[in-house]
Design a protein around this ligand. Structure first.
Ligand SMILES: Nc1nc2c(ncn2[C@@H]2O[C@H](COP(=O)(O)OP(=O)(O)OP(=O)(O)O)[C@@H](O)[C@H]2O)c(=O)[nH]1
Ligand SMILES: [Mg+2]
Length: 487
């Protein structure tokens, strides 16, 4: 017989009491169940309160933003952070970079083959309209090999199609592209086992690259082709030169991209990956679309870990415009004056702790892809000036990376005169030391003259593709890039 519980009269003005007051006919079992449920609900509620309190008290994450023109090395810097702070995940995803590297290679050959076509048709003109004279002549062997390599263009198409419909291969997510390429290149797996080829799948581009290896090596090392590229100022440094110099290794059937940390002891078939060897992943080029956020838990010493959020932004002009539209809340094309573009970036990033601005100083003799009339170094000067002059960022720490120092050094040592591109350099000596210091001073002067408030100039010469070999400088800077916060 049910024991009647005493009904507690709820206030009619409190609608909640209608639901919380037990019914008069509640049985002891129902009562026990109710009390149990109430206790569980109470526990959940306390846990939520505790978590909210913990979050309120938890130290705020350190936010770091990477900025700079396209190909300045932002995503490569990010890869370095991943290598330092999440090496296991980075290692596991090595295989997925294989397709990107293949794409870098086939695109480089596409460029070489297009250039051969134009030489053959005699239609190569310099920017100023001057006809190039005495260009090297291609032989029947060149043409035969070029014909044999033409299937590479189809591979490029299918690799690009896997990504997106854009002509430019780009990413706006850290994982989606890896999965989409995984469907095409069978060697892509999300574990660290060595790459493999699916012998039964004729569409796997690994087969074609392997089959074309000898012809590719021949063409890339041919003196006439090299002269042609040199005369036409096609800087292969920016077109996968690193991979073209390692074609035999990269087109081998068991190839798996190296991350510079690979150890041969991990697997007997890792003989293709050298210990602290080539850093294929750091060299793989993938243009960034939009903005991506990456989280790291960083050990700051003495057992104290901090959360870092790193933001990687696409530096291509179209990406700078895209962000400025967003900032303006408009989808109508507005031809923002270049100098205001950075102002449009700012509302997204005014709460950053540190901004790392990358200026690829090696590009002093190159033009911007998006605007062939604008020198790339001048573009960096303009972006830098706009950044440091922005009032919303006047209290943000900005660190300047004078990046691609390895290429800069090679160019200066090869005798390319800085004064031809930076006329204010005048008759100073064209040595690596003098030219690099001059550029550093130039950036410092731009900061001084453009900043609304006095600010400290932090700057470093970096080669972000070589941090594993370059233990002293770039690696140290990246490990300590929050140092302005501690000063
Ligand atoms: N030799 C050399 N190559 C570098 C260096 N830094 C970056 N690179 C290479 O330059 C290319 C472009 O680097 P990314 O990091 O993709 O450039 P990004 O600034 O992210 O470019 P966007 O995504 O277009 O904005 C890649 O192939 C890198 O391997 C460097 O210090 N030295
Ligand atoms: Mg990028």
């Amino acid at each position: 017989m049910p024991v009647k519980s005493r009904r507690v009269q709820g206030s009619t003005s409190d609608p909640l009491s209608l639901f919380t007051t037990p019914s008069e006919s509640e049985t002891p079992e129902e009562r026990e169940l109710r009390l149990q449920q109430e206790e569980e609900a109470q526990q959940i509620s306390s846990a939520i309160d505790e978590e909210l309190n913990r979050q309120r008290k938890a130290p705020k994450p350190v936010k770091i933003l990477l900025l700079g023109q396209s190909e300045s090395g932002k995503s490569t810097t990010l890869k370095n952070f991943q290598l330092m702070h999440t090496p296991k995940t980075f290692g596991r995803e090595r295989a997925s970079w294989k397709a990107v590297i293949y794409l870098n290679i086939v695109r480089a050959f596409h460029l070489i083959m297009d250039t051969m076509d134009r030489i053959q048709r005699n239609d190569y003109w310099l920017e100023e309209g001057e006809v190039l004279k005495d260009l090297p002549r291609l032989t029947a062997d060149h043409l035969k090999i070029k014909r044999r390599l033409s299937p590479l263009l189809h591979v490029e198409q299918s690799l690009s199609n896997q990504f997106c419909s854009l002509k430019e291969v780009a990413v706006n997510s850290t994982t989606q592209w890896k999965e989409s390429f995984g469907r095409l290149v069978k060697g892509i797996q999300f574990d660290s086992s060595p790459g493999y080829q699916d012998k039964n799948d004729p569409d796997d581009p690994s087969h074609l690259l392997h089959a074309c290896c000898e012809d590719m090596i021949w063409l890339w090392n041919d003196s006439i082709v090299r002269e042609m590229l040199y005369r036409l100022k096609l800087n292969m440094e920016d077109h996968a030169r690193y991979f073209l110099d390692s074609l035999e290794r990269i087109t081998a059937p068991q190839y798996l991209p190296t991350d510079g940390m690979s150890s041969p002891s991990m697997s007997p078939s890792w003989h293709l990956c050298l210990t602290l060897g080539p850093d294929d992943i750091l060299r793989a080029r993938l243009k960034t679309l939009g903005v991506s956020e990456h989280q790291f838990r960083v050990d700051t010493g003495a057992g104290i870990a901090k959360d870092w959020r790193i933001y990687d932004v696409g530096g291509h002009r179209s990406q700078r415009y895209a962000l400025s539209f967003k900032a303006a809340g408009s989808d109508v094309y507005v031809p923002f004056l270049f100098i205001f573009i950075i102002a449009a970036w700012v509302p997204f990033f005014d709460d950053m702790d540190v901004i790392i601005f990358l200026a690829p100083i090696s590009a002093f003799d190159q033009m911007l892809e998006e605007d062939p009339k604008l020198n790339r170094l001048m573009d960096s000067f303009q972006l830098w000036s706009a950044l440091v002059s922005n009032e919303l960022l006047s209290h943000t720490n900005i660190i300047l990376f004078l990046n691609k120092f390895d290429i800069f050094q090679a160019k200066i040592e090869a005798g390319i005169p800085l004064v031809n591109y930076v006329t204010s350099y005048r008759d100073r000596p064209n040595t690596v030391e003098s030219t690099s210091e001059y550029l550093q001073r130039k950036f410092a002067a731009l900061m001084k003259s453009n900043s609304k408030l006095p600010r400290v100039f932090y700057s470093h010469f970096t080669t972000v593709t070589q941090i594993l070999k370059d233990t002293k400088s770039t690696k140290y800077v990246l490990s300590n890039c929050t140092y302005p916060l501690r000063l």
